[in-house]
Unconditional design. Structure first.
Length: 95
């Protein structure tokens, strides 16, 4: 049950986490990073500017993942409440 809650939160936060990671990597490598376009950013001799730009732009997916996660969270709460009520009802039946 807790694993499902963690997955819902991760699903909602993943686009923002990708953008933050891209920004951190670009800062560490001293590369410019903006949504205007990919800039050359070398890591071990390979240009990762396009990947960083894509990761930065992925924060726009939060407009889809956050509402989906809210809907999943509502379902999770309903299921958790139903299980709680059933568990209490079964305990009263055994007494």
């Amino acid at each position: 049950m807790i694993l499902a809650l963690a997955l819902i939160v991760l699903f909602a936060a993943l686009p923002a986490l990708a953008a933050v990671m891209a920004s951190a990597v670009a800062d560490a490598l001293g590369c410019p990073l903006n949504e205007g376009g990919a800039h050359v950013c070398l890591l071990f001799g390979h240009d990762i500017g396009g990947v960083l730009n894509t990761m930065l732009a992925s924060h726009w997916f939060a407009y889809m993942t956050i509402p989906g996660a809210v809907a999943a969270l509502v379902v999770w709460i309903v299921v958790a409440l139903i299980l709680l009520v059933l568990r209490r009802w079964r305990r009263r039946q055994t007494l």
